[in-house]
Design a protein around this ligand. Structure first.
Ligand code: NAP
Length: 274
């Protein structure tokens, strides 16, 4: 897949993306671009998608990695008046997919004409935390009546639920694509494992930040950012996954099951109707 020239577009809301690109080395035939994309703004999503689609009507789009996410310490709303975690981690991605899907399908069709077995992939970076509502009476189930946080807010709970919503819509979208665009798009969800050194806890209390930075990386179950990244690379490029869709890949790069809740049709329907 990566033999021919590729344009890799990294997106971000601030200058951290530029720093990340400086640290990357890629083969000279490929090109990296940086594009501004703020997942907490539907305007930003639309403008990014429109820019991508109109810059070159033959630009192929064969891999979309949905990695960014946030955990907020307090309830906040976006300019679109949605709770920030849900919009950033979930709603925006589905708007982005909606806007880019035709190009993604078109790319697969082009590849099929050239007998290239790689069909376009969309990688959803999930989290095992989306499973924790099951079998734990202390964890609340997703309440579709409280998506705005008006009935109570807990940052970690909303993060877990954003990841559950992502998997509910992942499973729903997979069914639709199996019916309407079979073998044109491959949806793959992954969990990278627990990686305490990342910035995901940036809004947490100082003692949690210290725990994440200095103590938890020593835990036997902790993983490094490189190990987590390898799961994304595997899901994005492995020929083992060709022509498969709807797979959930765990931190050991093995096919696994997402949470039971995420396959529940009534929950999927409630969310899509919301
Ligand atoms: N760390 C873990 O233990 C763990 C476990 C399971 C799953 N995950 C998942 O792994 C993925 C990566 O997280 P991470 O742990 O690497 O955390 P991270 O270091 O905080 O990375 C999250 C990224 O999301 C970006 N982001 C946040 N809000 C954004 C917005 N409104 N618009 C655009 N980009 C935005 C951040 O960009 P800026 O830096 O520019 O703000 C950052 O690059 C997430 O999907 C997370 O849920 C992580």
């Amino acid at each position: 897949m990566f033999q021919e020239r590729k344009v890799i577009i990294l997106t971000g809301a601030n200058s951290a993306t530029e720093k990340a690109v400086l640290a990357l080395t890629i083969p000279p035939q490929h090109k990296i671009e940086i594009s501004k994309l703020d997942l907490s703004s539907f305007t930003s999503i639309k403008s990014f998608a429109q820019g991508l689609l109109t810059r070159d009507s033959t630009l192929p789009l064969n891999l979309l990695i949905l990695n960014a996410a946030t955990i907020k310490s307090t309830l906040s709303k976006t300019e679109d008046n949605f709770e920030t975690t849900f919009q950033t981690n979930h709603f925006s991605y589905f708007l982005l997919i909606h806007l880019l899907l035709d190009r993604i399908i078109w790319t697969s069709e082009q590849q099929q004409q050239r007998a290239d077995p790689f069909i376009s992939r969309i990688i959803f970076v999930s989290s095992s935390l989306h499973k924790q509502s099951e079998g734990h009476k202390n964890f609340e189930s997703l309440d579709v009546e409280n998506l705005d946080g008006s009935k109570g807010y807990d940052g970690l709970l909303f993060y877990r639920h954003s990841k559950l919503m992502q998997m509910l819509c992942f499973n729903q979208l997979n069914k639709i694509l199996e019916r309407e665009a079979k073998e044109k798009v491959s949806l793959i969800a992954i969990e990278p494992g627990f990686i305490p050194q990342t910035d995901l806890s940036r809004e947490s209390a100082i003692y949690i930040k210290l725990l994440m930075k200095f103590i938890l990386p020593l835990a036997p179950f902790a993983r490094t950012p490189e190990q987590g990244g390898m799961v994304i690379v595997y899901a994005s490029t492995s020929p083992d996954l060709e022509k498969q869709s709807g797979l959930y890949i765990n931190k050991c790069c093995k096919v696994d099951k997402a949470s039971e809740d995420s396959y529940k049709e009534d929950l999927q329907k409630n969310l899509v109707e919301y």
